[in-house]
Design a protein around this ligand. Structure first.
Ligand SMILES: C[S@@+](CC[C@H](N)C(=O)[O-])C[C@H]1O[C@@H](n2cnc3c(N)ncnc32)[C@H](O)[C@@H]1O
Length: 354
């Protein structure tokens, strides 16, 4: 039998059930860490199937907890699984799993928000492997508390081809609160269309796979859960720096139910707000009375491009952006804002001192 067939037919040996493990180690759920466990392995298998074939894949699982989803990932034939768990109480149970799947499971005890995946994942990266475009997956029944910051961080990594996305073919299959899943996948014109929909969809094909009712989790959360699959696009649909796109989109969606020029106005200093808003809308060829939820991605692209152009050419705006950057840097020096809230200024140049 070939090595890959052996991998595909891998099954974990009999182990205590996830419920038994929870009792064995007295793992009471911590609300602060958004711990809601999936004990039904038919559901974790279904979630894992949404990722597509995991045969020979390298997988990172966020927040394995008692390891139900981890079992399904291993049984799906993954070559290598890296799990990142913040709560040390789960480590002994995960070690049991690791012993049952020798050489396949690496356990990292830490916070996924600080974890540098490009260092720890994948293991044994080799030149030939890179050339073969490895099959990388990020899978997780995400803690609600970090789901949105995490996806924003990974979307930025996708835009910049950094972190786990340097190799170009990483897919993500993740859970979110049902409302967040609906926003991520909402199409133009839908009531749920939001900043998150645009940020995710200019970079990825996004699919809302299925909903898991809250009652399937232990303990039961107050909301249902949506499983979302992301496939990064080969080329982002907007070719401007991520922070710039984020800034324009955040402003546009500030007033979701109003005409989109309302949010656009907020991009500009008061003294030249009306003229620059008009110029930006004209340049982008977007009707100012369209609602933000009705904007298509090409229209958002046109708006971001127009804003980038104005930032680099309009003397008022150039001065304004430059002063804004200095102000943020000053605040960061006083540790009042995190440094990464800086806008990427690569599209504009500082004004001439003359
Ligand atoms: C919703 S539970 C999912 C547990 C398990 N995967 C399942 O499906 O039953 C979220 C898990 O993420 C862990 N977690 C919470 N915050 C985390 C963080 N910042 N970094 C890594 N793990 C975290 C929790 O301890 C918990 O095990």
């Amino acid at each position: 039998m070939s090595a890959s067939r052996k991998l595909a037919s891998f099954r974990l040996p009999p182990l205590p059930t996830v419920g038994e493990l929870i009792k064995l180690y007295n793992l009471r759920a911590e609300k602060q860490l958004s711990q809601n466990f999936l004990l039904d392995l038919r559901l974790t298998d279904k979630l894992v199937r949404q990722a597509g074939s995991l045969r020979d894949a390298h997988v990172c699982e966020v927040g394995p907890g008692p390891g139900g989803l981890t079992r399904s990932i291993l049984n799906a034939g993954a070559a290598d699984v890296l799990v990142v768990e913040k709560d040390s109480r789960f480590i002994p149970g995960l070690k049991l799993l690791s012993e049952a799947a020798p050489g396949k499971l690496r356990i990292v005890h830490g916070d996924i928000l600080n974890y540098r995946m490009d260092r720890g994942f994948p293991r044994n990266i080799s030149k030939s492997w890179e050339e073969d475009l490895p099959n990388l997956h990020i899978i997780g029944n995400l803690p609600f508390s970090v789901a949105t910051p995490l996806i924003i961080k990974w979307l930025e990594n996708i835009a910049n081809r950094t972190g786990p996305f340097v190799y170009g073919r990483t897919r993500l299959t993740l859970t979110f609160q049902k409302e967040v899943a609906e926003r991520l996948t909402a199409s133009t014109g839908s009531r749920q269309r939001s900043r998150l929909s645009v940020m995710a969809q200019y970079l990825c094909t996004v699919r809302n796979c299925f909903t898991i009712p809250g009652r399937a989790f232990v303990p039961k959360p107050e909301v249902d859960v949506g499983v979302v699959h992301f496939t990064p696009l080969v080329q982002p649909q907007i070719q401007q720096p991520f922070k710039l796109v984020e800034k324009v989109v955040r402003n546009i969606f500030q007033f979701r139910r109003k005409f989109c020029h309302k949010g656009v106005e907020k991009l500009f200093p008061e003294a030249c707000r009306m003229e620059l808003t008009q110029e930006m809308m004209q340049k982008a060829d977007v009707d100012p009375t369209v609602r933000p939820t009705e904007l298509t991605i090409p229209q958002v692209r046109a708006l971001v491009d127009a804003y980038a152009y104005l930032s680099a050419h309009d003397p008022h705006l150039l001065n304004y952006e430059y002063r804004e950057e200095l102000r943020l840097k000053h605040l960061a020096r006083q540790k009042k804002v995190p440094v990464d809230t800086f806008m990427d200024m690569s599209t504009s140049t500082p004004p001439s001192p003359l």
